[in-house]
Ligand binder design. Structure first.
Ligand code: ADP
Ligand code: MG
Length: 344
C-alpha cells in the first residue's frame, strides 16, 4: 500500500571522515519531491532507514513515523524531516533569598542582573562571560536560575557533555545555533554546565576527538565577533584547574563557590526541612549541622534529609534524630574521610 505520510529523522552516515558535512534540509517542499523520486517504491516501516543516493551519498534517514505502518513510498507520500529540537528556554522560581550563603556570588551577579534589565545602557561595557567554579552541590546552578528569575529573563541551559556529539562538527554547530537562538530572545542567559567536559586543557583535548572544534566555536561566540546584544554567558565547573587557559581568560569574572559554614549548614537544613512531607520528631538540627562539616548543600539535602525521609517512610514513623545521624554517618563512610569528632 502507498504510504500517505512519512516522518524522517536525519541519522547520519554509516562511516564518518573528518570532513563530512551533516546535511540540513534547506527547502522542505523541494526535499519532499527529491525524496519521493529517489525512494519511490521503497518499503518502509517505523524504524527502517533510507539512504540518500545523490547529494549526500549514504547519508541515512531513519523512518520515525509512517502511515500506514507498513507501506511503500509513492508519488503521493507526504514526507517531512524532523526539525532539530530547539534548545529549551526555561523559567524558574528560585530566588536569591533561597540560596543560603554565597554572598560574594550574589553580590557579583547583581551587575549581570542590572545589565539584563537594561542591556542598551551598557553597550561595549556589558558583562558577557562569567565563570562559576567550586565544589559540586554548592549552589552554582541555583544562583544561575535565581539570576534568571530575578532579572525576569529566560535562560538557555546546556550541559557541555551533551555537546560532544557523534558527528564531527555537530557540537560546534550546536554552539552556534544556541547563540543565534539566544540573540533572538535576548536579553537572556546562556548557562553552560560542566564546562570542563569541553574546555579541557589543550594537553587533554587531543584525547577527545572533536572537542577542540567545540572549544573554538565557543571561543568565537565568547569573543563576541558577532555582537550578540543582551546575551550573557555563565559557565560552571567543579574542576577549574582543568580549564584551558585560552578559555579561562575569556571570562571577565571568576566567582568561587565555597562549602557552607556551620551556620549556613544549619540554615540549609532548616530551610529544606520546612517542605518535608513527613513530620520531624525531637530533632536537633544544630547537632546535625555540627556533624556535617565538609558537606555541600546538595549533600545535606540529598544524602541527609532526603535519605532520612525515605528511611522514616519505610519505618512508618516521623523523622528522628537517629535517622538523620545514621544518614550522616553513611554519607561520611561512602564519600569522605572518617570524621574528626562526631556526635560527641
Ligand atoms: N547555598 C545553598 N543554599 C541552599 N541550597 C543549596 C545551596 N547549595 C546547594 N543547595 C542544594 O543543593 C542542590 C544542588 O545545588 P546546585 O546549585 O545544583 O549545585 P552546583 O550547581 O553547585 O553543583 C540545590 O538544588 C539545593 O537544594
Ligand atoms: Mg550544577
Amino acid at each position: 500500500m502507498g504510504a500517505r505520510y512519512m516522518l524522517l529523522r536525519p541519522a547520519g552516515y554509516p562511516l564518518k571522515s573528518l570532513f563530512q558535512e551533516y546535511p540540513v534540509v534547506a527547502e522542505p517542499r523541494l526535499f519532499e519531491l527529491y525524496a519521493r523520486e529517489q525512494w519511490y517504491g521503497e518499503n518502509v516501516r517505523p524504524g527502517s532507514y533510507l539512504f540518500d543516493r545523490r547529494l549526500y551519498p549514504d547519508f541515512a534517514f531513519k523512518v520515525v513515523k509512517v502511515y500506514p505502518r507498513f507501506s511503500v513510498v509513492g508519488s503521493e507520500t507526504v514526507i517531512e524531516v524532523e526539525k532539530k529540537t530547539e534548545p529549551a528556554k526555561v523559567e524558574y522560581n528560585v530566588r536569591f533569598d533561597d540560596v543560603i550563603g554565597q554572598e560574594t556570588a550574589k553580590r557579583k551577579v547583581k551587575i549581570v542582573e542590572k545589565f539584563l534589565a537594561e542591556p542598551e545602557k551598557f553597550g561595549r561595557w556589558a558583562p558577557r562571560n562569567v565563570l562559576f567554579y567550586g565544589v559540586s552541590g554548592t549552589g552554582k546552578t541555583m544562583i544561575a536560575k535565581a539570576l534568571a528569575t530575578e532579572a525576569g529573563v529566560p535562560m538557555l541551559p546546556v550541559k557541555a557533555t551533551s555537546l560532544i556529539g557523534e558527528f564531527v562538527g555537530e557540537g560546534a554547530r550546536q554552539i552556534h545555533s544556541l547563540y543565534e537562538k539566544a540573540e533572538q530572545i535576548a536579553p537572556c542567559i546562556i548557562f553552560i554546565d560542566e564546562l570542563d567536559a569541553i574546555a579541557l586543557d589543550r594537553r587533554y583535548q587531543d584525547l577527545r576527538g572533536d572537542v577542540s572544534e567545540i572549544v573554538n566555536s565557543l571561543l568565537t561566540e565568547m569573543d563576541g565577533i558577532q555582537n550578540r546584544e543582551g546575551v550573557c554567558t555563565i559557565a560552571a565547573t567543579n574542576k577549574i584547574e582543568f580549564i584551558d587557559s585560552s578559555i579561562r581568560s575569556r571570562f571577565e569574572e571568576e566567582i568561587e563557590f565555597k562549602l557552607p559554614s556551620l551556620e549556613e549548614r544549619l540554615q540549609i537544613l532548616e530551610f529544606n526541612s520546612r517542605t518535608l512531607p513527613q513530620e520531624m520528631k525531637d530533632v536537633n538540627l544544630h547537632e546535625i549541622a555540627r556533624a556535617t562539616e565538609g558537606f555541600s548543600g546538595r549533600d545535606l539535602v540529598e544524602k541527609v534529609l532526603k535519605a532520612a525521609l525515605h528511611h522514616a517512610i519505610m519505618d512508618g514513623c516521623g523523622i528522628s534524630q537517629g535517622h538523620l545521624e545514621e544518614k550522616v554517618s553513611k554519607a561520611r563512610k561512602d564519600y569522605r574521610e572518617p570524621p574528626k569528632e562526631m556526635f560527641s
